[in-house]
Design a protein around this ligand. Structure first.
Ligand SMILES: Cc1ncc(COP(=O)(O)O)c(C=O)c1O
Length: 451
């Protein structure tokens, strides 16, 4: 039995795969990754692929970055673990918080660390409750989210997520989260409705919902600047410009979920800068460590921190925190990751490559399978349709995006099939021009095979 066969057998016997078609997996078995270098990864059979999804939108600096491996090993040997509880600290966490304060556009923010985007968004919900209790507004608790938004899978973050599969059988989303219409112009706009008109309609909907629920019951609005897992959906023109003043009028705080957009994905350090969003708090993960180790962060502004500090004083402690919050090895890797981004000019490179990828992908909008091509910078989505002229979707059981993703894999390219028959592309930020050409060529060949 080959190593691949042995591993496949053990996988099918013992692993419970997350976010997987479990029955389908039982029949097809796993594709087992083995190693990676730059923007390429290899499976256990030695086949090489261009990683067009940066793992799960996360391996920003690509694979095999020795600097990050060195820093992790050194930190493990020096001091592998120490909690931040009870006022204890460690140098990597201190340095990471200080470094983030240089990057994050929230004046005077403090940083609360976690291990994943999901737990960080869970923390966001808890902080919203804590803060509003602290300032004497205990009724201000609901959170506004959007259809197609993806914010994670813990109970609170899955409730924020606006995708039915993440709710069904989990008894979610519950009553505290209100989902607004997805800002998805291609699928949600009325015939002939311009992006600006569509944005106005969504702003009107927001006002109606606030009116219905009462602004004094709504704590916050959470949004990915560009929706990733829900279908790679950039905001329609004028959307955030219209939404933000309405939120401000009702003292509804803006939580920016920068888990995918953060650190250069859309051509700026943060998606908030790409779309002129002034966020009160921010969630970060993924590219924060280029996925070399799990770490997330919530940016908390001074006005929230001060109120929470005061209220926690009455209890004796701020009773929230994960064992691995501020894990020194993960934090050391994140610090070095951000330093490497600075030293190597990765933000400027990603902005250039983003424009290049947009220009190289543009002709694929004419492909007969592609109903809508969208994205910004180094993230793109191609929505596949049965009829290009009318935008008629394929029957879901055809699983067209899955078939197209499988065909791309055969061509040596990793892409991802998202709900709504959308193929997602999100390569490591270090991708070079020639590799963008290779990605687009393989993608075209993959699409041609399933048309
Ligand atoms: C925007 C966004 N928020 C939150 C999450 C959840 O992060 P994690 O999978 O690390 O829990 C994700 C994951 O893809 C995400 O895309």
């Amino acid at each position: 039995m080959s190593r691949t066969e042995e591993l496949a057998r053990l996988d099918l016997e013992h692993l419970f795969h997350p976010s997987t078609d479990l029955k389908g997996h039982g029949q097809s078995g796993p594709l087992i990754w083995d190693r990676g270098e730059g923007v390429y990864i290899q499976d256990t059979e030695g086949r090489r692929y261009l990683e067009g999804m940066a793992g799960l939108w996360c391996t920003a600096l690509g694979y095999g970055e020795k600097e990050l491996a060195r820093v992790a090993a050194e930190q493990m040997e020096k001091f592998c673990y120490g909690p931040l509880f009870a006022g204890k600290s460690n140098e990597p966490s201190i340095r990471l918080a200080a470094k983030l304060s240089e990057w994050v556009p929230i004046e005077g923010a403090r940083f609360l660390f976690g291990c994943s985007g999901s737990d960080a968004n869970d923390t966001q919900v808890k902080l919203m409750r804590y803060y509003h209790n602290a300032i004497g507004k205990p009724e201000k608790k609901k959170i506004l989210s959007r259809g197609n938004g993806y914010h994670g899978v813990t109970l609170a973050s899955a409730a924020l997520t606006g995708l039915p599969a993440f709710h069904k059988h989990f008894d979610l989303p519950g009553d505290d989260v209100i989902h607004l219409t997805a800002p998805h112009h291609y699928r949600q706009a009325e015939p002939g409705e311009s992006e600006e008109e569509f944005s106005q309609r969504l702003a009107d909907e927001l006002e109606q919902i606030i009116e219905r629920e009462g602004g004094d019951t709504i704590a916050a609005f959470i949004a990915e600047p560009l929706m990733a897992a829900g279908g790679v959906i950039p905001p329609p023109a004028g959307y955030f410009e219209r939404i933000q003043p309405i939120l401000a009028e009702h003292d509804i705080l803006f939580i920016a979920d920068e888990v995918v957009c953060g650190f250069g994905r859309t051509g700026h350090d943060f998606g908030c800068q790409t779309w002129n969003i002034t966020a009160h708090t921010m969630t970060m993960a993924k590219a924060l460590s280029s996925a070399y180790l799990p770490i997330s962060a919530v940016a908390v502004p001074p006005f929230m921190y001060e109120a929470i500090e005061e209220a926690a004083g009455g209890i004796g402690m701020f009773a929230h925190g994960l064992t691995y919050a501020g894990h020194p090895v993960a934090a050391a890797v994140a610090v070095r990751n951000l330093e490497l981004m600075e030293e190597r000019g990765v933000m400027a490179h990603a902005a250039r490559m983003g424009q290049y990828m947009e220009s190289r992908l543009a002709p694929l909008a004419d492909h007969e399978l592609v109903g809508n091509l969208r994205g910004k910078g180094l993230i793109a989505g191609l929505e596949l349709v049965a009829d290009k002229a009318t935008g008629t979707a394929f029957a879901p059981e055809k699983k067209m995006a899955f078939k197209a993703a499988a065909a791309c894999l055969d061509e040596g390219l990793v892409v991802r099939a998202l709900p709504g028959d959308t193929i997602a592309i999100c390569p490591p930020l270090i991708i070079e021009e020639g590799q963008v050409d290779e990605l687009v060529e393989k993608l075209r060949r993959g699409l041609d095979r399933v048309r």
